[in-house]
Design a protein around this ligand. Structure first.
Ligand SMILES: [Zn+2]
Length: 418
């Protein structure tokens, strides 16, 4: 009998260049350096025999024009990849052309923009390749997760639609090695992978959800998007798709799903709605799950909207991620996203990395001495605890969420098992 094969290492996309260029993002200056430095100083990137699963650091490649043009329009790429745009000394003074492509207000052009788009887009695509080449079943790219960027428009601090590019790349059919039983059927050699996109950022994944929204289709889609977020009048982003799904509405698409939560959402609220995610996954049976792990729903974020904690309680971010990584079928791609308290981003993504390595760190772990150490005052530990904000998601509201999803489950079952 063959000895039990150890699991393949988790693939972690990182390099000095990625951290440096990703840290230029105006909304998250230096965040990438802070995150990768903490993860490195905690020893997660170096081999340690005591861990169940190792981690392999993979240097990202830069996305080519062709890679980016799989989704982005050529007009948009010609503007954002124009080196004169990035080197413009009067950055911040936008033109009418910039405005047309969303390069104003919260998405100004900045020095290094072209390189930023190439390396962040390329980082997520490098993670996708690692999954497709079977180097791993779990790949991490904390610099990705830019879920508001559109085909021809920067939006909400996002300039490159790496989530969409990842889904489009994963969607491509992969020839399967024939087994004895299906050698005779050429169709059996082609498998169309199903991709579930789960977005945990405080903000609705408007660009990703709308990119794959197809209410009139009667085909079985390969992609299902599900976003859990806050939505209220005036809260970014405005979208017709960010409310509870309604099977009776003309625009209903059971493969474009959304769970809006009210102010102060806590671990208890996430725990109560989590069975919805499990049921959707059981019906859809993804080959890949792409998880956007934005951190702006955590307590302590300047958005101050939700009251979610990092771990270990039922319903916490770490609890949700462990459920997906440990118990869901198929391969997983973990991406970053929002999160405007940079040391908390370091804490959270370090903790999630350790969960992916099947050796979760204790939340009481002390922050090691490294260049970023003073940022972690006053606790100097890994934990991101909940605050004392009150949770407005009442039992009545959560019952309305559940009843709206009863209709979704029936529709999904119909479409998937027709
Ligand atoms: Zn966000």
């Amino acid at each position: 009998m063959d000895p039990i094969q150890p699991k393949k290492p988790v693939v972690y996309i990182g390099s000095q260049e990625l951290a440096k260029i990703s840290s230029l993002l105006p909304s998250n200056k230096k965040r990438s350096i802070i995150v990768h430095s903490l993860i490195s100083s905690l020893g997660l990137l170096t081999p340690d025999a005591s861990r169940t699963r190792h981690l392999r650091v993979v240097t990202p490649r830069k996305a080519t024009y062709k890679d980016l043009a799989v989704y982005h329009s050529r007009d948009y790429l010609d503007v954002v990849l124009d080196p004169s745009k990035s080197n413009d000394e009067e950055v911040g003074n936008t033109t009418s052309i910039d405005g047309e492509f969303g390069l104003e207000d919260d998405c100004p052009p900045f020095p290094g923009l072209a390189e930023y788009i190439q390396i962040v887009g390329g980082a997520t695509l490098t993670a996708v390749s690692a999954l497709q080449q079977d180097l791993t079943d779990t790949a991490i790219c904390w610099d990705g997760g830019r879920h508001h960027a559109r085909k021809a428009q920067a939006s909400g601090f996002c300039y490159v639609a790496d989530c969409i590019l990842a889904i489009l790349a994963l969607k491509r059919s992969i020839p399967r090695t024939p087994s004895h039983s299906d050698e005779t059927s050429p169709l059996a050699l082609i498998h169309k992978p199903r991709i579930m996109y789960l977005d945990l950022d405080l903000h609705f994944s408007d660009a990703v959800s709308e990119a794959f929204y197809s209410p009139k289709s009667s085909l079985t889609p390969q992609i299902l998007t599900l976003s859990i977020h806050h939505a209220s009048p005036g809260f970014f982003p405005v979208s017709e798709r960010n409310g509870l799904p309604d099977v009776r509405s003309e625009g209903f698409d059971p493969f474009t799903l959304s769970i809006p939560l009210l102010q102060g959402a806590s671990n208890a609220t996430y725990a109560k709605i989590w069975p919805i995610m499990e049921r959707v996954k059981d019906l859809f049976k993804p080959d890949y799950t792409v998880i956007q792990c934005g951190l702006d729903a955590l307590a302590g974020d300047p958005c101050s909207t939700f009251n979610w904690s990092l771990g270990e309680a039922e319903g916490s971010l770490g609890w949700c991620i462990e459920k997906v990584l440990k118990h869901w079928p198929g391969k997983k791609l973990l991406l970053g996203g929002g999160g405007y308290n940079s040391p908390n981003a370091g804490r959270a993504w370090a903790y999630l990395t350790s969960i992916a390595m099947e050796s979760p760190m204790s939340l009481g772990t002390e922050i090691p001495d490294h260049a970023g150490f003073p940022l972690y005052a006053p606790s100097f530990t890994l934990d991101v605890p909940a605050g004392n904000m009150s949770d407005h998601n009442t039992e009545e509201y959560l019952a309305s969420v559940k009843s709206s999803f009863d209709g979704v489950f029936a529709a999904l079952q119909n479409r998937l098992h027709a």
